[in-house]
Design a protein around this ligand. Structure first.
Ligand SMILES: [Zn+2]
Ligand SMILES: [Zn+2]
Length: 650
């Protein structure tokens, strides 16, 4: 017997054991069930075909067309339809995996010949036919041996291998069937193929079976699906715009950064122009930190392995680190993967009193992590990066205020850069799991404090995800939407009950009661890293940085040779007033000089011709607003100062 309660205010039902949501939906009038595709059942996503858990009362919440979870179900279902179409067109295809990814899905195949974009229209046409036929996704559950036999019968050797190795503990396995197409899959799926809205194949790339370069090379076919054609077209437009803004392309064109194989993959060389942007951001962040009560520190790039054994970063995370280096005396050192242990040693350098808390230690700390080479990408996925890191040591009672201050600082800095669309995702523990350190009481208090702060601040689209906390404490992730609607995960604020504990570093402070207490540690790096943040900014601004961040702020250019000496005088005055200025005195047409400056996204162009020489003035152009007319140099300088001081976005 299954007892069911439909949230938020639906009826309580009783169903025979083994029932699925399809039986519940059957009792609902047609009009009301039209858009029900599944439900959240105790936090897990169930489709209509999956048997409900037995025993106790189960609480469910419908998932309807239009919901994010419904979109995921639809995209994964579209991956099945794509796989079925590919198998019809290319007999002998071996199926690997077909998960969803951000904004779409892929499926990995071993195909008789490599696929190319020229195959897309035929595959899409076959998919359209399958969707029009609107066959249901039928769920089949089989005991392990029968499941293996079925995959052998189907000749699907990757599936056989997956059951034998990846799923070796499963006693029963599920399949989803559509006509001749049967796929080993845990679901969930939309009720039938006709529910799939607008779709499109996007690209094809090579991938290895289970990511292992010693195994078969597969074809990874990427696609996307949306509820409506209009949403699909909007997405394709964003994709097109994103390509133009790609920081790897813009970064090369504007000479901002470089990744050279001679130095190493994932290791960023900041070119002079990129270094200016970074330095301006660092100065800005530094000023904010000082104003908000942080104390900057510096720590070395390496530390003894012993330190990371104490913190637990070694050997547990050894896979994601550069291997240790060993000295002649046998001592081993690690390139630091985290700044935390170094900051902890600064905290521990003397006895601490509650009067010193919160102690906020900040560092633009460079860390090194060994990302898999397939995961490296421009500045956003790298092997060496500088975090805008800080560690706050505080009492439990100070957690809420410290967290609020972190969110406020992040909002402020993002706002200055025009990144005003922003949300916070809270990762809380799964109260039924035993993996977390720290007392139940502490966790409950901290989680309530974080959520309360977010609600009080009126943060939009706040989400709470149970089971997403780190084992050592709850966390908040910052996700920001850029001007073309893409969401980026920036840094996090994480509470930590582990590192300060007696089992790790044994941190203490003397409380007002004269007794020793364990502080709470907060890790926070609101922008993640400077590399990633600048990569995002390059795309957000499409290379047209606000004046205060622009590597070259003003370009002085001459109409004719006679104007050169006055133009040089103007450039020198601008430079001595503190602006980053270059001169273009080539014997070229002024129109082509302006075009070059526009392409380089220089905010201001100063055009010097005979009239300006005679009158002792300057003619000013802006990269977006065009001709701003003639003015005195003093007047122009005052305008520039104002724009830089206010960090205006133009
Ligand atoms: Zn599936
Ligand atoms: Zn940390």
């Amino acid at each position: 017997m299954i007892k069911l309660r439909i949230l938020p205010d639906g009826p309580a039902l009783e169903l025979p054991a083994g029932s699925s949501l399809a039986e519940v939906v059957r009792g609902i009038p047609d009009a009301a069930k039209e858009d029900i595709w599944g439900a959240k059942v105790e936090g897990k996503v169930f489709d209509l075909a999956t048997p409900l858990p037995d025993g106790g009362t189960v609480e469910i919440q419908w998932i309807r067309k239009g919901d994010n979870l419904a979109l995921e179900m639809m995209r994964h279902s579209c991956a099945h339809v794509m796989a079925r179409a590919v198998m019809r067109l290319f007999p002998g295809v071996q199926l690997a995996f077909g998960p969803t990814v951000e904004d779409g899905f892929y499926y990995d195949f071993l195909t008789p010949r490599p696929l190319s974009e020229e195959d897309f229209s035929a595959i899409e046409a076959e998919m359209a036919r399958l969707i029009a036929a609107d066959e249901p996704f039928e769920r089949i559950e089989l005991p392990r041996e029968e499941a293996l036999a079925l995959c052998r019968d189907l000749g699907q050797r990757f599936k056989v291998e997956h059951i034998e190795e990846g799923l070796k503990d499963q006693t029963a396995l599920s399949f989803y069937r559509q006509g001749e197409f049967i796929d080993l899959c845990s679901g969930p799926h939309v009720p039938s193929a006709g529910k799939i809205g607008a779709f499109k194949l996007l690209s094809v790339a090579g991938a290895y079976w289970k990511g292992d370069a010693s195994r078969e090379q597969l074809q990874r076919l990427y696609g996307t699906a949306w509820f409506t054609e209009e949403e699909l077209q909007g997405y394709l437009r964003r994709l097109e715009e994103a390509k133009k803004r790609d920081h790897r392309v813009v970064g090369r064109r504007l000479e901002l950064f470089l990744i050279d194989p001679a130095v190493g993959p994932g290791l960023v060389l900041w070119l002079p122009k990129g270094a200016i942007i970074r330095r301006e951001l660092e100065n800005f962040i530094y000023q904010e930190l000082i104003g908000r009560g942080y104390q900057p520190v510096y720590t070395p790039h390496i530390g003894r392995v012993f330190l990371y054994e104490t913190s637990g970063h070694f050997p547990y995370y050894a896979d994601s680190q550069f291997p240790p280096m060993q000295l002649a005396d046998g001592e081993r050192y690690l390139l630091k993967p985290m700044n935390c242990p170094h900051h902890v040693m600064i905290y521990k350098s003397k006895p601490r009193s509650y009067r010193e808390l919160p102690l906020r230690l900040a560092e633009l700390g460079t860390v090194y992590r060994f990302e898999q080479s397939g995961e490296l990408s421009g500045m956003t996925r790298v092997r060496g990066f500088t975090q805008d890191d800080a560690h706050i040591f505080c009492t439990e009672d100070q957690v809420a205020d410290e967290f609020r201050a972190c969110v406020e600082m992040t909002q402020y800095v993002l706002g200055i850069l025009g990144l005003t669309e922003y949300r916070v995702r809270l990762g809380f523990r799964d109260p039924t799991s035993k993996k977390y350190v720290g007392s139940d009481e502490t966790w409950a208090k901290a989680e309530a404090a974080l959520e309360r702060v977010c609600r009080e601040m009126g943060l939009p689209n706040l989400s709470v995800e149970r089971g997403e906390a780190a084992f050592y404490g709850p966390k908040a992730d910052f996700l920001v939407t850029d001007c073309i609607g893409r969401e980026w995960q920036l840094g996090t604020v994480q509470l930590d009950y582990n590192l300060p504990s007696p089992q790790r570093f044994g941190l203490q402070y003397i409380g007002p009661d004269n007794a020793p207490h364990t502080p709470v540690m907060i890790h926070r790096a609101p922008f993640g890293s400077l590399e990633r943040f600048v990569g995002i900014l390059i795309e957000h601004f499409a290379g047209a940085f606000p004046l205060w961040l622009s590597p070259e702020q003003v370009r002085v250019m001459t109409v004719s040779e006679q104007a050169e000496s006055y133009a040089r005088e103007v450039a020198a005055k601008l430079a001595s007033a503190g602006f980053r200025v270059q001169g273009d005195y080539r014997p070229e047409k002024i129109s082509s000089k302006i075009r070059d400056a526009q392409l380089e996204q220089i905010p201001y162009m100063v055009v010097i011709g005979r009239k300006e020489v005679d009158e002792g003035t300057v003619s000013v152009r802006h990269r977006r607003r065009g001709d701003l007319g003639t003015m005195t140099l003093d007047n122009f300088i005052a305008q520039l100062r104002e724009e830089i001081q206010t960090k205006a976005l133009r």
